[in-house]
Write a protein that binds this ligand. Structure first.
Ligand SMILES: Cc1ncc(COP(=O)(O)O)c(C=O)c1O
Length: 447
């Protein structure tokens, strides 16, 4: 197809998008006077305007024009049980009638932490925070305080929130540059390595000045940059050999890969773990958990000179705790995880078949209840993508194609997070088949 034809097709698609979502456009015109680029999260930005959602239930959401959409954002990955799961809603409603913030200890926080300890292999103690970003920030402070060392190892393509200590090299190109607003020197103690090269990690740790290694245990951006099988176990051995702490950032994999997260699934137990999203069933909150002797550095009664003072107005908020308990109790037996995995598997397979039939150079991949697509990775075996250039896999496709693809899927009633998404236990076979229909139609218009 010539570039003129492609451009015309994209323009047609944007016009269809505008006519399907007119009230969203009106709201967006107000929003641009209020927020930078009209949005409140970097990944919600979309041209010509994002959709505005009115309500949601199960696997679906409805926008302000009444359009029904099958949702694969699922609360940025926090809604394994789908939107407004009845058990969760009931628990939250009950708590709202009792107290939204007692400014005091309460029973729900104790039960919530007990569930985390019961389910997550490394969890001996828990500290709740307000967001995953705060949890990874706290994990680094704990590791540095505990070991008395400053250096931290992170991997290219791995995302750990937006705080100054780790918000670097998450997207290609992976040249280490200090992002705007972070003081020069702040990242001097951050060592960024490519994933899957255990010899390089071994060499860096042998200097004896590293406090911890932090990573997403299914690969950068929940598996968009996959890990070599066995890499987690190798990391465990190498960190133990050098007496360095291993931190699994399970903000996104926690309670999704298994009731005890990726660490349960892969049988590798880290020293510390950060949790968020599903931990709170879609409400704000997160936690850091792990070995008692490390987390106990937060103890107010400790005389340890390494003690860290930690406040936080919304730590263990009881409404969040109520949502978290209801969600974790439901997930504990593993059934919702299996349901979501089955739906995701059907979706990945169906998408891969459509891509193959159309002869595209896209690859559809992922595991558990995640899916990803990358363009320009022709011939790559989805199960050996860790061998493939991570920059190509993580780039996905050119921006115009991703944008047109996203608009096309919305026009056909499906909301994806770019070339990826999260599947919930509420996605039915019918949802998946409708999504595949939308996928086929969108690709037909697009490429
Ligand atoms: C692996 C990982 N860590 C940390 C975070 C940051 O969590 P939050 O958005 O709650 O600050 C995210 C968010 O997507 C994440 O995926």
């Amino acid at each position: 197809m010539t570039s003129d034809v492609v451009k015309r097709k994209h323009t047609d698609l944007i016009n269809q998008y505008r006519s399907k979502f007119p009230t969203s456009e009106v709201l967006y015109r107000r929003a641009v006077n209020t927020f930078p680029s009209g949005v409140t999260h970097v990944s919600r930005y979309m041209k010509p305007f994002p959709i505005y959602v009115d309500r949601a239930q199960g696997s679906r959401k409805w926008d302000v024009d009444g359009n029904e959409l099958i949702d694969y954002w699922m609360g940025h990955g926090s809604l394994l049980l789908g939107h407004r799961h009845p058990t969760m809603i009931e628990a939250v409603a009950k708590q709202l009638r009792r107290s939204t913030h007692p400014g005091a200890c309460h029973e729900l926080e104790v039960r919530w932490a007990e569930l985390v300890i019961e389910m997550v292999p490394c969890a001996e103690r828990v500290r709740f925070t307000s967001s995953g970003t705060e949890a990874t920030h706290m994990a680094l402070r704990l590791a540095r305080a505990f070991t008395g060392r400053d250096k931290v190892v992170k991997f290219e393509g791995h995302f750990h929130g937006w705080h100054s200590g780790l918000a670097v090299c998450t997207d290609p190109p992976f040249e280490q540059q200090t992002p705007p607003g972070i003081p020069r020197g702040e990242l001097d103690n951050l060592v960024i390595l490519p994933p899957n090269d255990i010899e390089q990690v071994d060499e860096v740790l042998s200097a004896g000045d590293v406090a911890c290694v932090i990573l997403e245990p299914t690969g950068g951006s929940f598996g968009q940059g996959p890990l070599k099988p066995g890499f987690l176990a190798e990391l465990r051995d190498v960190t133990r050999k050098h007496d360095v702490l291993l931190i699994f950032d399970e903000v996104i994999t926690g309670f999704r890969c298994a009731p005890g997260g990726a660490q349960e699934h892969f049988g590798v137990t880290p020293d510390l773990t950060t949790l968020g999203k599903i931990l709170v069933g879609g409400l704000p909150g997160a936690a850091v958990t792990g070995r008692a002797e490390i987390i106990d550095l937060l103890s107010s009664s400790s005389h340890d000179e390494r003690r860290i003072s930690h406040a936080g107005t919304y730590n263990a908020n009881p409404v969040s705790a109520a949502a978290g308990i209801a969600t974790l109790e439901f997930i504990k037996g593993g059934k919702p995880i299996r349901k979501a995995n089955e739906a995701a598997e059907r979706l990945r397979k169906g998408m891969a078949d459509i891509v193959a039939k159309r002869g595209l150079d896209w690859v559809v991949f992922g595991d558990f209840s995640f899916f990803h697509m990358a363009a320009g990775a022709a011939g790559a075996d989805p199960s050996r993508l860790w061998e493939f250039n991570q920059e190509v896999v993580k780039k996905g496709a050119d921006k115009d194609t991703i944008h047109a693809f996203r608009c096309g899927m919305l026009v056909h009633g499906v909301d994806l997070s770019g070339l990826r998404g999260w599947v919930s236990s509420e996605h039915t076979v019918e949802d998946v088949d409708r999504t595949l229909d939308a996928f086929g139609k969108t690709l037909r218009i697009l490429v």
